[in-house]
Design a protein around this ligand. Structure first.
Ligand code: SF4
Length: 505
């Protein structure tokens, strides 16, 4: 779908309108321009914006389809032009969304909101002590979010504050993410740093040497500067793809180097792939008091697992779950994905029935997203996926199942190119929620990322300003540059916590 927006005369609208167009069409190209589009089948929409003293009015018209939309609201002159212009963008988004909704018959439950962290908006209002009714009105009017989604946000924010009462006061500490970039095989929908581990043993040991260095140096800095760790999360890849001895040495390093690990609120190891879980590794997890693991079925249909390149069976998932329980793992998360190839409501129902027999402490429900570089996106035509209505029905079913089985939603995030423009929701038995997931989603404290593909997010405790830093995704570049990456991250920590010269940042 090509879309031509006329009348706006300002390129700054383009990105936002493109994001809204993406909610409706899988492949759309949008241009804000006065020139007639060369492509004659483009959808043309005229949009005008007028400011009359304290009112701003946007009007949109798609002449060929006899559709119009209007949005009038109050206008406040802000300190900077950029700030004021946000109001223009908002009214333009409203009328553009309205035209596309009329044209397609689709309703966007998240309205004009295209960001990936909706609950952050609600926290922002809470921090300002805004009454809940005012927050709800704001979300509805400003973003056109439906009551259903606002209710979900409200429930999640309540849970998060129950689990972490000091959520708004965590800025003086950090959480740590450790990325292990190896997996038994690569799943078709995956864009994480996940290299098939077979035959890569040399690469694994040099990667681990770099990771030990990062843990030592970061730990030293945190100890010297009295900065506490709130949570630690091992992800990847699959952190249990390495051997039991390598895991043992890594956790020993964690205890030796990081400050006060005994009082870290939560340590998670995403075991993820059942085909990496064995008794010796479970014993290592137990030995080092790992609080929480993930064993991810994604689906309980063997054909689906084959189609997505996961070389394990449903039975193996079930067996490894029981094995983990036997070895004392008492906080297990299980991920499910809605909309995997050839799956509909019936397959999801089957997966939920199977989950019911296991009753893990938490269930994370993802909706399939077509990430740009994944094998699934590159060969899109090979994979038949459910349509929007079916995906919505699946989401409703998952929500109902979780409620009926005593799970509560505690975090959510949206992704680009996600089926049905839905969301990923983490559910847990009350009290078993992952603290790390809440902290990373709500961006309330610095996350230091160590290892391959690990993304660090430095949040200035004084200003809230966020600076991103990413370690390389492939083990080779990581192995060549880990000293440099570590030092750069320490310089970032210096800059935000000690306000020293930002040399080298
Ligand atoms: S197990 Fe996870 S990280 Fe590994 S390939 Fe599959 S989706 Fe990617």
């Amino acid at each position: 779908m090509n879309i031509l927006i006329k009348g706006l005369n300002d390129k700054r609208y383009e990105r936002n309108l493109q994001l809204i167009a993406d909610l409706f069409f899988e492949d759309s190209t949008l241009k804000v321009s006065e020139e007639a589009d060369l492509n004659s089948d483009a959808l043309e929409i005229d949009i005008t914006v007028q400011i009359n003293q304290d009112r701003i009015i946007a009007f949109a018209e798609a002449k060929e389809h006899s559709l119009t939309a209007e949005r009038k609201t109050n206008y406040i002159v802000k300190e900077t032009e950029k700030e004021s212009f946000k109001q223009n963008k908002n009214v333009v988004s409203h009328v553009f969304l309205s035209i596309l909704q009329q044209l397609t018959g689709m309703t966007q439950k998240w309205g004009v909101l295209t960001g990936i962290r909706p609950t952050k908006l609600m926290h922002k209002q809470r921090m300002k002590d805004a009454p809940l009714s005012e927050t709800r009105r704001h979300l509805k009017e400003q973003y056109l979010i439906t009551d259903e989604k606002i209710d979900l946000m409200e429930q999640i924010v309540e849970r998060q504050l129950k689990m972490i009462p000091d959520l708004y006061e965590l800025q003086d500490g950090v959480s740590i993410y450790i990325g292990i970039p190896f997996c038994p095989t690569k799943c078709a929908y995956c864009t994480f740093p996940a290299f098939a581990i077979q035959g890569k043993l040399g690469k694994v040991s040099s990667f681990l040497a770099g990771l030990h260095y990062e843990i030592q140096e970061t730990g030293r800095w945190l100890k010297e500067n009295g900065v506490k760790i709130t949570t630690i999360y091992f992800g990847g890849g699959t952190p249990t793809a390495i051997s039991a001895e390598e895991m043992d040495a890594l956790y020993e390093e964690m205890y030796r180097s990081f400050p006060d690990v005994k009082n870290v609120r939560e340590v998670t190891v995403e075991a993820g792939r059942p085909d990496t879980i064995f008794p010796d590794k479970l014993e290592v997890l137990k030995k080092w008091n790992i609080d929480r693991i993930s064993i991810n079925p994604q689906s309980y249909t063997d054909e689906t697992l084959k189609a997505i390149g996961r070389h394990h069976t449903v039975q193996e998932t079930i067996d490894k779950f029981h094995l983990s329980r036997k070895h004392g793992m008492n906080n297990i998360n299980m991920d499910l994905i809605i909309g995997l190839p050839n799956e509909g409501v019936a397959e999801l129902e089957h997966s939920l029935n199977e989950t019911e027999k296991l009753m893990p402490e938490s269930v994370t429900v993802h909706t399939l997203s077509f990430k740009r570089a994944s094998e699934m996106t590159l060969n899109r035509e090979k994979y038949k996926v459910a349509d929007r209505t079916e995906v919505e029905n699946m989401m409703d079913l998952a929500q109902k199942w979780n409620k009926d089985n005593g799970y509560v939603p505690y975090y959510l995030y949206r992704q680009k190119n996600i089926l049905g423009n839905l969301e990923n929701v983490g559910y847990a038995k009350p009290g078993e929620e992952s603290l790390y997931n809440i902290i990373i989603m709500e961006e309330v404290q610095t996350i230091v990322g160590l290892g391959c593909g690990a993304a660090s997010k430095f949040i200035d405790p004084a200003t809230g300003k966020i600076t991103h830093f990413a370690n390389p995704k492939d083990p080779k570049s990581y192995n060549e540059g880990f000293i440099d990456y570590t030092q750069k991250k320490l310089a970032h920590l210096e800059a935000i916590f000690n306000r020293k010269a930002e040399a080298g940042v």
